[in-house]
Design a protein around this ligand. Sequence first.
Ligand code: AP5
Ligand code: MG
Length: 213
Amino acid sequence: MNLLLYGPPGSGKGTQAEMLHSRFGIPHVSTGDILRSEVAAGTPLGLKAKPIMAAGGYVPDDIMVGIIRNRLVEPDAVSGFILDGFPRTIPQAQALDVLLTELSKAFDRVVYLRVDTDELVKRLAGRMTCPVDQRTFPPSTAACPEHGVKLVQRDDDKPEAVKKRIEIYLEKTLPLLDYYSAKQLVSEVPGVGTIDEIHSRVLSALEHAKVMN
Ligand code: AP5
Ligand code: MG
């Protein structure tokens, strides 16, 4: 099963992708998480990406396409993957189509988590992140239940960066909805409600689209 979780910053892509990963055993491929690992490791890519990400901008398309090309040929992605955060621009989507064709793969579904801007801003302002594996938690969570470490706030969850992330999403990423709708791949899921409710909606959407057996 090859899925794309699509939605604005803070719509719950990471949260839902982790639940799908646990259920189906296919990898959750988050380009945001990959970039944050590079930043934490201080690699040349991380040094380049750090200021762009902190300001809420997008890392250049050629870099992102290279990252995803390397990731999708890893053995664990052979039987499927859940993409989160890529593609984010039309050129990225076009490059991904070429790559998927080369790999004899295609998306089974694009799940669009629809959440309005007020709710996004509220969620991102309070979101806490595990510094070990980048999993995200709601505002009241103090420590990571798995790693026992204190949760931190992401640099790009500060108000100015959140504003920029939403603006760039509307300009560069929203057009992907038309791109994938034209291919009749999109299932729209209302992204407000409890995390479990949204997970059930995602599963129903996959069932309805006959992606799940
Ligand atoms: P990325 O990490 O992908 O950030 P994002 O798209 O802004 O999305 P988020 O991770 O902020 O939100 P999410 O949808 O995963 O929501 P979450 O589940 O955490 O990218 C970061 C940066 O990397 C980009 O800005 C860019 O610089 C760069 N980058 C990455 N990919 C790139 C690309 N392809 N091209 C160029 N640059 C790229 O949930 C949010 C919060 O809400 C959490 O606290 C969560 O617990 C809570 N929550 C979840 N569900 C619910 C619910 N139902 N009700 C209430 N709260 C909820
Ligand atoms: Mg995320």
